[in-house]
Design a binder for this molecule. Structure first.
Ligand SMILES: *Cc1c(COP(=O)(O)O)cnc(C)c1O
Length: 400
Protein backbone atom coordinates (compact mmCIF):
# COMPACT_ATOMS: atom_id res chain seq x y z
CA UNK A 1 0.00 0.00 0.00
CA UNK A 2 1.52 3.28 -1.08
CA UNK A 3 1.53 5.87 1.69
CA UNK A 4 1.31 8.62 -0.98
CA UNK A 5 4.10 10.59 0.68
CA UNK A 6 4.97 12.29 -2.60
CA UNK A 7 1.67 14.15 -2.87
CA UNK A 8 1.17 15.00 0.79
CA UNK A 9 2.97 17.89 2.46
CA UNK A 10 5.24 16.51 5.15
CA UNK A 11 3.70 18.33 8.08
CA UNK A 12 3.29 15.00 9.91
CA UNK A 13 5.45 11.94 10.46
CA UNK A 14 2.79 9.25 10.88
CA UNK A 15 3.44 5.73 12.09
CA UNK A 16 3.50 3.19 9.23
CA UNK A 17 -0.12 2.06 9.38
CA UNK A 18 -2.96 2.81 6.97
CA UNK A 19 -6.32 2.78 8.71
CA UNK A 20 -9.36 1.76 6.72
CA UNK A 21 -12.09 1.22 9.31
CA UNK A 22 -12.73 1.86 12.96
CA UNK A 23 -15.27 0.80 15.56
CA UNK A 24 -15.24 1.71 19.25
CA UNK A 25 -11.70 1.08 20.56
CA UNK A 26 -10.52 -0.87 17.52
CA UNK A 27 -9.21 0.22 14.15
CA UNK A 28 -8.59 -2.05 11.17
CA UNK A 29 -5.83 -1.33 8.70
CA UNK A 30 -5.89 -1.94 4.96
CA UNK A 31 -4.28 -5.34 5.49
CA UNK A 32 -7.03 -6.40 7.87
CA UNK A 33 -4.95 -6.06 11.06
CA UNK A 34 -6.93 -5.05 14.14
CA UNK A 35 -5.26 -2.49 16.40
CA UNK A 36 -6.29 -1.12 19.79
CA UNK A 37 -6.54 2.66 19.49
CA UNK A 38 -4.76 4.11 22.52
CA UNK A 39 -4.41 7.61 21.10
CA UNK A 40 -8.10 8.20 20.36
CA UNK A 41 -7.43 11.07 17.98
CA UNK A 42 -5.62 13.02 20.73
CA UNK A 43 -8.87 12.74 22.75
CA UNK A 44 -11.16 13.69 19.87
CA UNK A 45 -12.47 10.11 20.17
CA UNK A 46 -13.22 9.98 23.91
CA UNK A 47 -16.41 8.01 23.20
CA UNK A 48 -14.75 5.64 20.76
CA UNK A 49 -15.08 5.38 17.00
CA UNK A 50 -18.64 5.42 15.71
CA UNK A 51 -20.50 5.69 19.01
CA UNK A 52 -24.09 4.66 18.10
CA UNK A 53 -25.76 7.70 19.70
CA UNK A 54 -23.35 10.11 18.04
CA UNK A 55 -23.65 8.44 14.64
CA UNK A 56 -27.44 8.45 14.95
CA UNK A 57 -27.43 12.18 15.71
CA UNK A 58 -25.17 12.83 12.72
CA UNK A 59 -27.15 10.62 10.34
CA UNK A 60 -30.43 12.21 11.34
CA UNK A 61 -29.04 15.70 10.93
CA UNK A 62 -27.43 14.92 7.56
CA UNK A 63 -30.91 14.37 6.19
CA UNK A 64 -32.37 17.52 7.78
CA UNK A 65 -29.92 20.40 7.27
CA UNK A 66 -26.15 20.59 7.48
CA UNK A 67 -25.13 24.20 7.00
CA UNK A 68 -27.01 27.46 7.35
CA UNK A 69 -24.26 29.99 8.15
CA UNK A 70 -24.85 32.32 11.06
CA UNK A 71 -26.60 34.79 8.75
CA UNK A 72 -29.71 32.89 9.87
CA UNK A 73 -30.73 30.91 12.92
CA UNK A 74 -30.84 27.14 12.82
CA UNK A 75 -32.96 25.00 15.14
CA UNK A 76 -30.02 22.96 16.45
CA UNK A 77 -27.63 25.64 17.67
CA UNK A 78 -29.55 27.15 20.58
CA UNK A 79 -30.42 23.80 22.21
CA UNK A 80 -26.77 22.71 21.88
CA UNK A 81 -25.46 25.93 23.42
CA UNK A 82 -28.02 25.71 26.21
CA UNK A 83 -27.02 22.13 27.02
CA UNK A 84 -23.30 22.87 26.84
CA UNK A 85 -23.62 25.99 29.00
CA UNK A 86 -25.52 23.93 31.58
CA UNK A 87 -22.89 21.18 31.54
CA UNK A 88 -20.12 23.72 32.01
CA UNK A 89 -21.99 25.90 34.49
CA UNK A 90 -21.60 29.13 32.53
CA UNK A 91 -24.00 31.51 30.73
CA UNK A 92 -22.87 31.61 27.13
CA UNK A 93 -21.25 29.61 24.35
CA UNK A 94 -19.38 30.87 21.30
CA UNK A 95 -19.16 27.96 18.84
CA UNK A 96 -16.25 27.51 16.45
CA UNK A 97 -14.77 24.49 14.66
CA UNK A 98 -11.17 23.62 15.48
CA UNK A 99 -9.36 23.96 18.77
CA UNK A 100 -6.96 26.58 17.47
CA UNK A 101 -9.89 28.74 16.39
CA UNK A 102 -11.40 28.50 19.86
CA UNK A 103 -8.06 29.53 21.40
CA UNK A 104 -7.91 32.49 19.00
CA UNK A 105 -11.47 33.34 20.02
CA UNK A 106 -10.55 33.27 23.71
CA UNK A 107 -7.56 35.54 23.04
CA UNK A 108 -9.77 38.06 21.24
CA UNK A 109 -12.42 37.94 23.97
CA UNK A 110 -9.79 38.40 26.70
CA UNK A 111 -8.24 41.39 24.93
CA UNK A 112 -11.62 43.05 24.29
CA UNK A 113 -12.64 42.43 27.90
CA UNK A 114 -9.40 44.04 29.04
CA UNK A 115 -10.10 47.20 27.02
CA UNK A 116 -13.87 47.44 27.45
CA UNK A 117 -14.30 46.22 31.02
CA UNK A 118 -11.00 46.33 32.88
CA UNK A 119 -9.90 49.60 31.28
CA UNK A 120 -6.48 48.58 29.97
CA UNK A 121 -5.10 51.35 27.67
CA UNK A 122 -5.58 50.57 23.94
CA UNK A 123 -3.03 48.18 22.44
CA UNK A 124 -1.46 47.18 25.77
CA UNK A 125 -3.38 44.05 26.82
CA UNK A 126 -1.08 41.24 27.90
CA UNK A 127 -1.82 37.54 28.10
CA UNK A 128 0.37 35.33 30.24
CA UNK A 129 1.03 31.78 29.02
CA UNK A 130 3.10 28.84 30.25
CA UNK A 131 6.30 27.40 28.85
CA UNK A 132 5.92 24.07 27.00
CA UNK A 133 2.32 24.98 26.17
CA UNK A 134 0.39 23.60 23.25
CA UNK A 135 -2.59 25.64 22.10
CA UNK A 136 -2.61 25.01 18.34
CA UNK A 137 -0.86 26.03 15.14
CA UNK A 138 -2.01 29.46 13.97
CA UNK A 139 0.51 32.27 13.56
CA UNK A 140 -0.61 34.00 16.76
CA UNK A 141 -0.61 30.77 18.77
CA UNK A 142 2.85 29.65 17.60
CA UNK A 143 4.04 33.16 18.50
CA UNK A 144 3.87 32.11 22.16
CA UNK A 145 4.97 28.50 21.72
CA UNK A 146 8.29 27.57 23.33
CA UNK A 147 8.76 24.61 20.97
CA UNK A 148 11.26 25.62 18.26
CA UNK A 149 9.82 23.06 15.81
CA UNK A 150 6.39 24.66 16.12
CA UNK A 151 7.64 28.26 16.14
CA UNK A 152 10.90 28.80 14.28
CA UNK A 153 10.60 30.12 10.76
CA UNK A 154 7.07 31.47 11.15
CA UNK A 155 7.72 35.01 12.36
CA UNK A 156 7.12 37.89 12.60
CA UNK A 157 5.34 36.94 15.78
CA UNK A 158 2.23 38.38 17.40
CA UNK A 159 3.14 40.52 20.41
CA UNK A 160 1.19 40.71 23.65
CA UNK A 161 2.17 37.44 25.31
CA UNK A 162 4.50 36.71 28.21
CA UNK A 163 5.72 33.23 29.06
CA UNK A 164 6.31 31.94 32.59
CA UNK A 165 7.33 28.45 33.77
CA UNK A 166 4.35 26.07 34.12
CA UNK A 167 3.39 25.28 37.69
CA UNK A 168 5.33 28.21 39.16
CA UNK A 169 2.87 30.45 40.97
CA UNK A 170 5.48 32.99 42.12
CA UNK A 171 6.65 33.52 38.53
CA UNK A 172 3.06 33.99 37.43
CA UNK A 173 2.35 36.48 40.20
CA UNK A 174 5.47 38.45 39.26
CA UNK A 175 4.35 38.60 35.62
CA UNK A 176 0.86 39.96 36.32
CA UNK A 177 0.61 43.73 35.92
CA UNK A 178 -2.16 46.30 35.41
CA UNK A 179 -2.24 45.55 31.66
CA UNK A 180 -2.74 41.81 32.14
CA UNK A 181 -5.95 40.61 30.51
CA UNK A 182 -5.68 36.89 31.06
CA UNK A 183 -3.71 33.86 32.11
CA UNK A 184 -4.05 31.15 29.45
CA UNK A 185 -3.00 27.66 30.51
CA UNK A 186 -3.76 24.00 30.07
CA UNK A 187 -4.81 22.54 33.46
CA UNK A 188 -2.73 19.52 32.43
CA UNK A 189 -0.18 19.98 29.63
CA UNK A 190 -0.98 17.28 27.08
CA UNK A 191 1.52 17.65 24.25
CA UNK A 192 4.27 18.38 26.77
CA UNK A 193 3.81 14.80 28.02
CA UNK A 194 0.78 14.84 30.34
CA UNK A 195 2.38 17.24 32.80
CA UNK A 196 0.26 17.71 35.91
CA UNK A 197 0.98 20.95 37.80
CA UNK A 198 1.86 20.78 41.52
CA UNK A 199 -1.12 20.52 43.85
CA UNK A 200 -2.40 23.95 44.73
CA UNK A 201 -1.22 25.55 41.50
CA UNK A 202 -4.62 25.79 39.81
CA UNK A 203 -6.36 27.13 42.95
CA UNK A 204 -3.45 29.56 43.26
CA UNK A 205 -3.95 30.74 39.68
CA UNK A 206 -7.66 31.17 40.43
CA UNK A 207 -7.00 33.22 43.55
CA UNK A 208 -4.38 35.38 41.81
CA UNK A 209 -6.61 36.04 38.80
CA UNK A 210 -9.52 37.04 41.03
CA UNK A 211 -7.32 39.28 43.19
CA UNK A 212 -5.66 41.04 40.22
CA UNK A 213 -8.80 41.15 38.06
CA UNK A 214 -7.38 38.94 35.35
CA UNK A 215 -9.32 36.31 33.38
CA UNK A 216 -8.37 32.68 34.06
CA UNK A 217 -8.66 30.99 30.67
CA UNK A 218 -8.39 27.19 30.77
CA UNK A 219 -7.58 25.37 27.55
CA UNK A 220 -9.49 22.13 28.23
CA UNK A 221 -9.46 21.08 24.58
CA UNK A 222 -7.59 17.87 25.36
CA UNK A 223 -8.03 17.57 29.14
CA UNK A 224 -11.75 18.26 29.20
CA UNK A 225 -14.92 16.29 28.47
CA UNK A 226 -14.28 13.27 30.63
CA UNK A 227 -10.68 12.32 29.85
CA UNK A 228 -9.33 12.83 33.37
CA UNK A 229 -12.29 11.39 35.27
CA UNK A 230 -14.04 14.73 35.70
CA UNK A 231 -15.88 16.70 33.05
CA UNK A 232 -13.04 19.23 33.31
CA UNK A 233 -9.51 18.76 34.60
CA UNK A 234 -9.82 22.01 36.59
CA UNK A 235 -12.48 20.29 38.72
CA UNK A 236 -9.92 17.95 40.31
CA UNK A 237 -8.87 20.91 42.40
CA UNK A 238 -12.32 22.48 42.61
CA UNK A 239 -11.29 25.31 40.31
CA UNK A 240 -13.67 27.18 38.00
CA UNK A 241 -11.89 29.30 35.37
CA UNK A 242 -13.50 32.37 33.77
CA UNK A 243 -13.31 30.91 30.27
CA UNK A 244 -13.24 27.31 29.13
CA UNK A 245 -11.84 26.48 25.71
CA UNK A 246 -13.28 23.21 24.42
CA UNK A 247 -12.76 21.18 21.29
CA UNK A 248 -11.63 17.72 20.23
CA UNK A 249 -14.15 15.34 21.91
CA UNK A 250 -16.91 17.97 21.52
CA UNK A 251 -17.16 16.85 17.89
CA UNK A 252 -17.63 13.21 18.87
CA UNK A 253 -14.87 12.19 16.46
CA UNK A 254 -17.24 13.03 13.60
CA UNK A 255 -16.96 16.72 12.83
CA UNK A 256 -14.75 19.50 14.21
CA UNK A 257 -16.63 21.30 16.98
CA UNK A 258 -15.02 23.75 19.37
CA UNK A 259 -16.33 26.41 21.70
CA UNK A 260 -15.50 29.09 24.19
CA UNK A 261 -17.76 28.97 27.22
CA UNK A 262 -17.94 31.80 29.75
CA UNK A 263 -20.32 34.03 31.65
CA UNK A 264 -22.12 36.94 30.03
CA UNK A 265 -19.94 39.56 31.71
CA UNK A 266 -17.01 38.15 29.73
CA UNK A 267 -18.41 36.82 26.42
CA UNK A 268 -20.82 39.75 26.27
CA UNK A 269 -18.00 42.01 25.05
CA UNK A 270 -18.31 40.37 21.61
CA UNK A 271 -20.70 42.29 19.34
CA UNK A 272 -22.06 41.33 15.90
CA UNK A 273 -19.25 41.51 13.37
CA UNK A 274 -16.44 41.21 15.93
CA UNK A 275 -15.92 37.52 15.36
CA UNK A 276 -17.33 34.55 13.51
CA UNK A 277 -16.90 31.56 11.27
CA UNK A 278 -18.79 30.30 8.23
CA UNK A 279 -18.94 26.80 9.68
CA UNK A 280 -19.06 27.60 13.40
CA UNK A 281 -22.36 26.55 14.96
CA UNK A 282 -23.59 24.72 11.87
CA UNK A 283 -26.56 22.42 12.50
CA UNK A 284 -24.61 19.20 11.89
CA UNK A 285 -21.91 20.23 14.37
CA UNK A 286 -24.55 21.39 16.86
CA UNK A 287 -26.48 18.11 16.61
CA UNK A 288 -23.33 16.05 17.19
CA UNK A 289 -22.08 18.37 19.94
CA UNK A 290 -25.45 18.18 21.68
CA UNK A 291 -25.29 14.36 21.56
CA UNK A 292 -21.80 14.56 23.10
CA UNK A 293 -23.13 16.72 25.93
CA UNK A 294 -25.89 14.15 26.55
CA UNK A 295 -23.27 11.40 26.91
CA UNK A 296 -21.35 13.50 29.41
CA UNK A 297 -24.47 14.42 31.41
CA UNK A 298 -24.83 10.83 32.58
CA UNK A 299 -21.41 10.86 34.26
CA UNK A 300 -20.77 7.34 32.96
CA UNK A 301 -17.70 8.25 30.93
CA UNK A 302 -16.17 10.31 33.70
CA UNK A 303 -16.64 7.34 36.04
CA UNK A 304 -15.10 4.94 33.54
CA UNK A 305 -12.10 7.24 33.14
CA UNK A 306 -11.62 7.28 36.91
CA UNK A 307 -11.97 3.53 37.43
CA UNK A 308 -10.10 2.28 34.37
CA UNK A 309 -7.59 5.08 34.79
CA UNK A 310 -6.62 3.82 38.21
CA UNK A 311 -6.23 0.31 36.80
CA UNK A 312 -4.07 1.67 33.96
CA UNK A 313 -1.98 3.59 36.49
CA UNK A 314 -1.49 0.56 38.77
CA UNK A 315 -0.34 -1.57 35.86
CA UNK A 316 1.95 1.13 34.43
CA UNK A 317 3.50 1.79 37.84
CA UNK A 318 4.65 -1.85 37.87
CA UNK A 319 6.81 -1.09 34.83
CA UNK A 320 8.74 1.69 36.60
CA UNK A 321 12.31 0.42 36.92
CA UNK A 322 11.60 -2.15 34.20
CA UNK A 323 12.16 0.01 31.15
CA UNK A 324 9.93 2.86 32.33
CA UNK A 325 11.45 5.84 34.12
CA UNK A 326 8.29 7.66 35.17
CA UNK A 327 4.53 7.61 34.77
CA UNK A 328 2.20 10.60 35.06
CA UNK A 329 -1.51 10.16 34.70
CA UNK A 330 -4.96 11.43 35.51
CA UNK A 331 -7.93 9.33 34.54
CA UNK A 332 -7.41 7.54 31.23
CA UNK A 333 -4.59 9.86 30.23
CA UNK A 334 -1.02 8.78 30.85
CA UNK A 335 2.42 10.03 29.91
CA UNK A 336 4.96 7.22 30.13
CA UNK A 337 8.66 8.09 30.05
CA UNK A 338 10.54 5.19 28.47
CA UNK A 339 14.15 4.64 29.60
CA UNK A 340 16.02 6.49 26.82
CA UNK A 341 18.84 3.91 27.07
CA UNK A 342 16.39 1.31 25.79
CA UNK A 343 14.63 3.16 22.97
CA UNK A 344 13.02 6.41 21.93
CA UNK A 345 9.32 7.09 22.27
CA UNK A 346 9.05 6.77 18.51
CA UNK A 347 10.64 3.30 18.58
CA UNK A 348 8.35 2.26 21.41
CA UNK A 349 5.34 3.45 19.39
CA UNK A 350 6.50 1.53 16.31
CA UNK A 351 7.04 -1.66 18.30
CA UNK A 352 3.68 -1.29 20.02
CA UNK A 353 2.13 -0.91 16.57
CA UNK A 354 3.70 -4.25 15.58
CA UNK A 355 1.96 -5.74 18.62
CA UNK A 356 -1.41 -4.21 17.79
CA UNK A 357 -1.43 -1.10 19.97
CA UNK A 358 -1.66 2.44 18.56
CA UNK A 359 0.05 5.11 20.65
CA UNK A 360 2.01 8.23 19.78
CA UNK A 361 5.27 9.50 21.16
CA UNK A 362 5.78 13.04 22.31
CA UNK A 363 9.01 14.85 23.21
CA UNK A 364 11.70 12.23 22.78
CA UNK A 365 11.21 9.38 25.19
CA UNK A 366 7.59 9.85 26.24
CA UNK A 367 4.61 7.94 24.95
CA UNK A 368 1.11 9.09 25.61
CA UNK A 369 -1.66 6.61 26.35
CA UNK A 370 -5.18 7.95 25.96
CA UNK A 371 -7.61 5.26 24.79
CA UNK A 372 -11.31 5.88 24.22
CA UNK A 373 -13.11 6.07 27.57
CA UNK A 374 -15.14 3.05 26.45
CA UNK A 375 -12.09 0.78 26.84
CA UNK A 376 -12.63 -2.37 28.94
CA UNK A 377 -10.48 -3.52 31.87
CA UNK A 378 -9.10 -6.53 29.97
CA UNK A 379 -8.07 -4.24 27.12
CA UNK A 380 -6.24 -1.99 29.58
CA UNK A 381 -4.39 -5.02 30.91
CA UNK A 382 -3.61 -6.22 27.40
CA UNK A 383 -2.18 -2.91 26.26
CA UNK A 384 0.12 -2.69 29.29
CA UNK A 385 1.18 -6.32 28.67
CA UNK A 386 2.17 -5.34 25.13
CA UNK A 387 4.25 -2.44 26.47
CA UNK A 388 5.91 -4.77 29.03
CA UNK A 389 6.76 -7.19 26.20
CA UNK A 390 8.22 -4.39 24.04
CA UNK A 391 10.41 -3.22 26.92
CA UNK A 392 11.50 -6.72 27.84
CA UNK A 393 12.40 -7.51 24.22
CA UNK A 394 14.59 -4.40 24.29
CA UNK A 395 16.44 -5.66 27.36
CA UNK A 396 14.45 -4.35 30.33
CA UNK A 397 14.19 -6.65 33.32
CA UNK A 398 10.92 -8.48 33.65
CA UNK A 399 8.34 -7.35 36.19
CA UNK A 400 7.24 -9.82 38.87
C1 LIG B 1 -5.32 19.84 20.10
C2 LIG B 1 -5.20 21.02 20.98
C3 LIG B 1 -5.40 22.32 20.48
C4 LIG B 1 -5.64 22.60 19.01
O1 LIG B 1 -6.76 21.97 18.52
P1 LIG B 1 -6.94 21.80 16.93
O2 LIG B 1 -8.33 21.28 16.77
O3 LIG B 1 -5.90 20.81 16.49
O4 LIG B 1 -6.74 23.13 16.31
C5 LIG B 1 -5.32 23.37 21.37
N1 LIG B 1 -5.08 23.16 22.68
C6 LIG B 1 -4.89 21.93 23.20
C7 LIG B 1 -4.64 21.78 24.66
C8 LIG B 1 -4.92 20.82 22.36
O5 LIG B 1 -4.69 19.61 22.85
Amino acid sequence: MALADAVMAHNYHPLPVVIAEAKDVWVTDVEGRRLLDCLAGYSALNFGHGHPALLAAAHEQLDRATLTSRAFHNDRLAPFCEALARLVGKDQVLPMNTGAEAVETAIKVARKWAYDVKGVPAGRAKIIVAAENFHGRTTTIVSFSTDPVARDGFGPYTPGFETVPYGDLAALEAAVDDDTAAVLIEPIQGEAGVIIPPEGYLPGVRELCTRRRVLFVADEIQSGLGRTGETFACAHEGVVPDMYILGKALGGGIVPVSAVVADRDVLGVIQPGNHGSTFGGNPLAAAVGHAVVRLLETGEYQQRATQLGSRLRERLDQLVGHGVVAVRSRGLWAGVDIDPELMSGREASEQLLDRGVLVKDTHGSTIRIAPPLSIEAEQVDWLVDQLADVLEAAGATRTQ
